[in-house]
Design a protein around this ligand. Structure first.
Ligand code: PMP
Length: 420
């Protein structure tokens, strides 16, 4: 008898038979509101008919056009279409399969382009589980314990996490920028530093939005020292936060990223990721240095084209902003009635509630109970944060006001059940 490896950790007991829109249908005969979206992937909902038709058509036309052997039309068309939504100047794209692989491609490009080794990542960030991307991941020691040494040449600077310190936001930003300067002065010489890599909203690290002054501070230092600014928009991109890219909430007059990483929501569930950069920068990527057998798969690219169509036709970015605001307001009102919820944060449809004990310390046990009570009531949720004491909501971008309200009712019941 073969069995699944114990390293597979499943957040809910559900065996999913079928998905439709915001719902999953379990082998237990129940219908679940899926506010996990497969960790932020099913942007257009489960099995959106436009995505299904495009993928089915492509399956019958060409499944695998290996892009280092032959080119295929879905990849070329997707490259044109992404040009319509990417920040101006990021006019060159390279495709792989997963977020981690794209992060690795960005690191290789940054090192090739600058001839420097060091990468500065920010504390609490999640960039993947491979040995390179994993070295940049500091959202929990579980991703590195017992498997080091990881990729060398990585330094970690603070991300502004006001709630964790009990500080006002301004103080958290001052601290993060001061510590970054100190790191560059004492550990990680600017002339040896290739890139800063940062998420516009800390994702796995606890759903903490970045800050305009913080990101502008990174841009200024990047310009001053010739360091590249890499934005990991794997979770925050493709409409998730109520803007097409998460960093647009913080973008100033100038362009923020030198390299932008996208994955997850891009193809509604098919494995596809990409890095985008100005062509003059991308010209430094050495041919064949990064890639893979399945990168830019034809069916995944066709699904991504359909995803972009659906996002535009159904105005899903605006919907994410509107429903995200409704969800956040509802979570804040639940928190008002439950002292176990220490903080509520979010941007668009990336919302979270952080559980703390009466002394204000992280309370992962309560968060886990709430998550289980929610699944038992038909609302699927995930936890996040270093200690797992934050419960997040990341529904598909098609979610309606009625579904948000239904989720909020189940949420309030689950919190009451778990804390009484
Ligand atoms: N970056 C971010 C911001 C992510 O949220 C994730 C996945 N949670 C990754 C990178 C890694 O992506 P993947 O799991 O597809 O390798």
């Amino acid at each position: 008898m073969t069995a699944l490896s114990p390293q597979l950790k499943q957040a809910t007991p559900v065996l999913a038979e079928r998905g439709e829109g915001v719902h999953l249908f379990g082998a237990d005969g129940r219908r679940y509101l899926d506010f996990t979206a497969g960790i932020g992937v099913t942007s257009t909902g489960h099995c959106h008919p436009v995505v299904v038709r495009a993928a089915q058509h492509q399956v019958g036309t060409l499944i695998h056009g290996q892009y280092t052997t032959v080119m295929h039309r879905p990849l070329l068309e997707l490259t044109d279409r992404l040009g319509e939504v990417l920040p101006s100047g990021l006019d060159s794209l390279f495709y792989v399969n997963s977020g981690s692989e794209a992060v690795e491609a960005a690191v290789r490009l940054a090192r090739h382009a600058t001839g420097r080794q060091n990468i500065v990542a920010f504390h609490g960030g999640f960039h993947g589980r491979t040995m390179g991307a994993g070295a940049l991941t500091t959202s929990s020691t579980k991703f590195r314990a017992g498997i080091g040494p990881m990729m060398p040449g990585v330094a970690i600077a603070p991300f502004p996490t006001a709630f964790r310190h009990g500080w006002p936001q301004e103080q958290a930003v001052d601290f993060a920028l001061d510590e970054l300067d100190y790191l560059l002065a004492t550990v990680c010489a600017p002339e040896d530093t290739a890139a800063f890599i940062v998420e516009p909203v800390l994702g796995e690290g606890g759903y903490v939005p970045a800050d305009t002054r913080f990101l502008r501070g990174l841009r200024e230092r990047a310009d001053r020292y010739g360091i590249l600014l890499v934005l990991d928009e794997v979770q925050t991109g493709v409409g998730r936060t109520g803007r097409f890219w998460g960093h647009e909430h913080f973008a100033t007059e100038t362009r923020l990223p030198d390299i932008l990483i996208t994955a997850k929501g891009l193809a509604s569930g098919f494995p596809l990721s990409a890095i985008a950069a100005p062509s003059a920068l991308m010209a430094n990527a050495r041919p064949g240095s990064q890639g893979g057998t399945y990168g830019g798969n034809a069916v995944a690219c066709a699904a991504a084209l359909a995803t972009l169509d659906v996002i535009r036709e159904e105005k899903l970015v605006a919907n994410a902003a509107e429903q995200g605001a409704r969800l956040l307001a509802g979570l804040r009102s639940t928190a008002g009635a439950h002292p176990a919820i220490g903080d509520v944060r979010g941007l668009g449809l990336m919302c979270a509630s952080e559980f703390t004990d009466p002394d204000g310390r992280p309370d992962p046990a309560t968060a886990a109970r709430v998550q289980q009570e929610a699944s038992a009531r038909g609302l699927l949720l995930l936890t996040c944060g270093a200690l797992g004491n934050t419960v997040r909501m990341i529904p598909p971008l098609i979610v309606t006001a009625e579904q948000v309200d239904e989720a909020l009712t189940l949420w309030s019941e689950a919190v009451t059940a778990a804390t009484s």
